[in-house]
Ligand binder design. Structure first.
Ligand SMILES: NC(=O)c1ccc[n+]([C@@H]2O[C@H](COP(=O)([O-])OP(=O)(O)OC[C@H]3O[C@@H](n4cnc5c(N)ncnc54)[C@H](OP(=O)(O)O)[C@@H]3O)[C@@H](O)[C@H]2O)c1
Length: 282
């Protein structure tokens, strides 16, 4: 496969995992973030602030593929808009030439459904919170910028270092059985795997869909997940309370699977089992 120049803008947990895999596959990878000393060896760092056009001007390499996977560090509306809409616009302006492919990482937070129904790429998106609304604006920018682009909507990312739910269960908290609250997740390694899979399809000459919903094979209720974790950890659940905000829905990955992707961690049991093996005993 012809060696590609790939820029990962917002090269954090998912971006670095992807970058290492792409480097191993022989591509040249640039990782842009504000603190490049946190990048793994093999990814060429570019120091830049996506919200500051002056910091990007003249700094970006010519690239074949742009992966935009920055995450907002300020969680108010202005912070979201700056990171997702403004940041993407700033990178597109600063690039010396248009890439042949843009992958933009979005979120299942664009869906408003809260009745446990199944959602896919065709489902309506009418989020009532600014986070979903701003993400939809960024998606529209990516899809209308004139570059061949695909949106990848991740559900809740879990994996190494993301121990919040494990710690909640360890402290005796669980989610109630009712009202039923479906949750959806994707392991960090599958986030990177999905992005690499789509890049490979593109390099094989296949046309990508405008949007992919990237979530594992098995939506599960938070009650089921917290009960399983408690049993596996051997700890009691003393208090049941709502552990998450957000609507109850079930994310379908049918389109992604039809494109040939197979999940490394197809359900929460597989992903959390791997995580628990890496955790030090308490
Ligand atoms: N967390 C979830 O459950 C979830 C769910 C759905 C979708 N997503 C999306 O998935 C994508 C990947 O997330 P992740 O877990 O890899 O996030 P992450 O580990 O927090 O990485 C985000 C990266 O963005 C960089 N960044 C943030 N603001 C920047 C700025 N102004 N200029 C330059 N770089 C900036 C950060 O580096 P510096 O701080 O060094 O700049 C960091 O390296 C994101 O788009 C996120 O919104 C996340």
């Amino acid at each position: 496969m012809h060696k590609q120049q790939i820029l990962i803008a917002g090269c954090g947990d998912v971006g670095s995992t992807l970058g290492l895999a792409l480097t191993a596959a022989g591509h040249k990878v640039f990782g842009l973030r504000r603190t490049i000393n946190q990048l793994p060896a093999g990814i060429q760092g570019i120091t830049g602030d996506l919200t500051n056009p002056a910091s990007l001007s003249g700094q970006l390499p010519r690239c074949d593929i742009l992966v935009y996977c920055a995450a907002a560090s300020n969680h108010d509306e202005a912070g979201y808009r700056a990171a997702y809409v403004g940041g993407l616009a700033n990178v597109l302006t600063a690039l010396p030439a248009a890439p042949r492919l843009l992958l933009f990482t979005s979120s299942s937070g664009v869906y408003h459904q809260a009745d446990g129904s199944m959602v896919d790429e065709q489902s309506p998106t009418e989020p009532d919170r600014f986070s979903g609304q701003v993400m939809l604006q960024a998606e529209q920018l990516a899809l209308s910028c004139g570059i061949n682009a695909s949106i990848v909507r991740f559900s809740g990312i879990y994996g190494p270092g993301r121990n919040h739910l494990i710690n909640q269960v360890r402290s005796g908290l669980g989610a109630p059985a009712l009202p039923e609250h479906y949750s959806n997740r994707i392991h960090r390694d599958d986030c990177a795997g999905v992005l690499q899979h789509l890049i490979n399809l593109h390099l094989q000459g296949e046309a990508l869909a405008p949007t992919y919903l990237a979530s594992d094979d098995t939506p599960a209720t938070l009650h089921e997940v917290s009960q399983w974790l408690a049993t596996t950890l051997g700890v009691p659940i003393n208090t049941n309370q709502a552990l998450r905000r957000g609507g109850s829905k079930r994310c379908s990955n049918t389109l992604l699977r039809a494109s040939g992707y197979r999940f490394i961690y197809p359900d929460f049991r597989a992903g959390y089992s791997a995580m628990l093996q890496q955790l030090p005993p308490t």
